[in-house]
Write a protein that binds this ligand. Structure first.
Ligand SMILES: [Mg+2]
Length: 249
């Protein structure tokens, strides 16, 4: 197959997937169709939406999380400090594939207005395996903290969505949104959790969900190097979810 034919076939397939989603009536867009530079993301969105492998990787991540949590519960019985698990939301436990698909289909770039409308509809779905793992952790006395860079005006819709999907202990103390529009670092929120809890696991789809070391790494080379430096943490304290749509540095 030539590249052109392959690209055409891929576009047709994506169109079918997206049309199927639209025809389900699950998505209403308010954006005016316009030119956007998001064509590069088309294949990534398709993979997120239609890949059994992505689904399997998600199950794998939460199975590993459960193993590591069980190990900690077994091996560190005498530590009195209460345990916590920290999770990111978007593309870690919440799947926004419908929203991303519509952006590509309508040639609309990411923008806060559409993003807030999507969040307030509370229609994101759960990443496979996420609800089960977090309910398992909560049932064993582990507090789940949801650290997200969604903001204050998006908090209510986010809480509604999380509760609707069955995620445990969602409240003002555990749902920690970004409060300073100029500072997206999650480090102060991680530290506030760490002051009272022993953080057993952190889960995310972005290196910045794990440590300020990654937040400070803002080039491809430095992020590669930081990932190498912290390789021993991955699959143990840091557990990564797959997200092909994440923008490269
Ligand atoms: Mg995320």
């Amino acid at each position: 197959m030539t590249t052109n034919i392959r690209q055409r076939a891929r576009k047709q397939w994506l169109g079918l997937v997206l049309l199927a989603l639209v025809s389900q009536g699950t998505f209403v867009t308010t954006s005016i169709a316009q030119q956007a530079d998001n064509q590069y993301i088309e294949g990534a969105v398709l993979w997120q939406q239609a890949s059994g492998e992505r689904r399997a990787l998600s199950y794998q991540a939460f199975a590993l999380a459960r193993m590591m949590l069980d190990r900690d519960l077994r091996m560190n019985r005498r530590i009195r400090k209460p345990r916590a698990v920290i999770v990111d939301l978007d593309e870690t436990i919440l799947d926004n594939g419908l929203n991303e698909g519509m952006q590509v289909r309508n040639h609309v770039n990411f923008n806060q207005k559409d993003w807030t409308e999507w969040i307030n509809r509370a229609e994101a779905t759960a990443i496979p395996g996420s609800v089960e793992f977090l309910r398992y952790a909560a049932a064993r006395g582990v507090t789940v903290f949801y650290i997200t860079n969604r903001n204050d005006i998006q908090k209510q819709g986010t809480a509604t969505n999380l509760k609707k999907l069955g995620f445990p202990n969602v409240d003002d103390q555990t749902l920690l949104v970004q409060t300073d529009p100029k500072n997206s670092s999650k480090e102060p929120r991680r530290q506030s959790v760490g002051a009272k809890y022993r953080i057993v696991l952190l889960m995310g789809d972005d290196l910045n969900d794990f440590s300020e070391v990654f937040e400070e790494s803002t080039t491809v080379d430095s992020r590669m190097a930081a990932a190498d430096r912290y390789r021993d943490q991955f699959g143990k304290r840091f557990i990564m979810l797959p997200n092909a749509t994440l923008k490269a540095y």
